[in-house]
Design a protein around this ligand. Structure first.
Ligand SMILES: [Zn+2]
Length: 455
């Protein structure tokens, strides 16, 4: 028996269009879209006065991150549920190749981690031992649907320009996409050593040792590598207006480069590094928060198309545990902050305030991530044949973010007490209702692994 669900009278929004209509779901896929569809269904959902968005795609998250004391950040069992409640139906997890593990072993390990996912998921692999990566291994990963790889210019796992250049050529050959963490490793390490030698070890110095130009320089180099190799390249988590401008200029001359930013770079400034006591550790992430002078340029890019995707760069760390590891040295604070639950709502609400229309919102949080990372049109749009991953969103409702009420496992949120316009009401994943009236109503492990295509 075919299972049919009908959504009635919603404002259906895609990246290119919005219109009042009905939507029929058959066996987990979108079967028909139209006005006043005269069709029978097993279940009818009234969406009057509400938006129907394609499910959010968060293309940059981290689950189960290992800390220096052996503890681990929040994982799929809690934070995939948090994502769902927040309007996200697909996540792409950046999984790191630990020392001694091959990329294939890493992928297998994470398929195990993700067994309890409430929503659909895929992986980007963070290559940390480029010398051991064989062409055959890359071929096998591509067959498994892993078609994007993260390369670091900064931190302990940074690659040299030679390694980046060679790896990007291999990725290009296979139709894969590179995602680059662009910060200048040597300058940051030098500044960190200087500050620590002067006893400057508090979280405040996390930002001071990673000045804006260390990102801008590295973005410029990443673009150069993309241009030289022809490898489609996403500049991950852009924090500076200048860095974004470089990407925009490169696109204009035909380089296949994409810009990702995150809610925290649009909404939180480096003033959060001047908080009392150790509180600033909550905001230690890389690249760091910047001066509010960047907000304008980044928001402009959100509106005019310079920014391609918005991801959370979620790390489910808690303040009372993981973040305490850097009490005597800011370099030991686990980098990252929780936001998988709030990305969708934050961008809708603040976007509205800045004059963003719903189509552009959909493009940033769902359609472009699907297109860039090989999931389109299965995911990222509302169209016959696409997975029925849908968010019914009430634009009139309000929502106050707080650590006390969030589903995320972390004991804090960087957005404590922010009041948002609009609220996720219902979420469907492949036609199944997993969130109802803002509450998670499904069981764990409904999420499926997504094989992604190459270019
Ligand atoms: Zn990240």
């Amino acid at each position: 028996m075919m299972k049919r669900t009908l959504l009635r009278n919603g404002i259906i929004v895609t990246a290119s269009d919005q219109f009042l209509g009905d939507l029929l779901i058959e066996d987990g896929k979108i079967a028909a879209i139209g006005k006043e569809l005269k069709l029978e269904a097993d279940k009818v959902i009234d969406a009057a006065g509400k938006y129907i968005f394609p499910g959010g795609i968060d293309a940059h998250i981290h689950m189960d991150v290992l800390c220096s004391d052996g503890s681990v950040s929040a994982g799929y069992d809690t934070d995939s549920v948090a994502a769902a409640v927040g309007g996200t139906t697909t996540i792409l997890d950046y999984v790191i190749q630990e020392k001694g593990n091959s990329l294939l072993e890493t992928a297998n390990l994470w398929k195990d981690h993700a067994k309890q996912s409430a929503i659909d998921y895929g992986f980007h692999l963070i290559i940390t031992q480029p010398n051991d990566t064989s062409p055959q291994e890359l071929d096998t990963l591509v067959e498994q649907g892993i078609t994007s790889f993260k390369l670091f210019m900064a931190n302990q796992i940074a690659m040299s320009d030679k390694e980046l250049f060679n790896m990007m050529k291999e990725l290009k050959k296979r139709g894969c996409t590179a995602a680059i963490h662009a910060e200048n490793k040597d300058i940051i390490a030098t500044l960190q050593a200087e500050y620590v030698a002067q006893g400057k070890t508090s979280p405040a110095y996390h930002g001071k040792t990673r000045p804006e130009l260390t990102e801008v320089e590295a973005i410029n180099r990443a673009i150069t590598l993309a241009e030289l190799t022809g490898c489609p390249t996403l500049i991950a988590h852009i924090s500076t207006a200048k860095g974004l401008q470089l990407v925009q200029e490169a696109k204009a001359r035909g380089v296949q480069v994409y810009a990702e930013s995150c809610p925290h770079y649009l909404l939180l400034s480096d003033e959060n590094y001047n908080l009392e006591g150790y509180e600033s550790a909550k905001f230690v992430l890389s690249p760091p928060l910047r001066s509010s002078e960047n907000f304008n340029g980044l928001w402009q890019g959100m509106l005019n198309g310079a920014v391609d995707i918005i991801s959370s760069d979620h790390n489910g760390f808690s303040y009372s545990t993981h973040k305490q590891l850097g009490q005597d040295d800011f370099r030991k604070i686990p980098n990252g902050a929780p936001s998988i639950e709030h990305r969708f709502g934050l961008i809708y609400s603040y976007g509205l305030e800045k004059g963003m229309d719903p189509c552009r919102f959909v493009e940033l949080v769902s359609t472009n991530p699907a297109k860039i990372f090989g999931l389109y049109p299965q995911k990222g749009t509302i169209s016959p044949g696409s997975d029925a991953d849908l968010v019914i969103f009430d634009p009139e409702a309000e929502h106050v973010i707080s650590a006390e009420t969030q589903y995320q496992k972390s004991d804090y949120t960087p957005y404590e007490q922010r009041r948002l316009q609009g609220k996720v009401d219902t979420v469907l994943l492949r036609g199944e209702c997993i969130v109802k009236e803002g509450k998670y109503v499904s069981g764990l492990d409904y999420g499926q692994y997504l094989k992604r295509s190459t270019r």
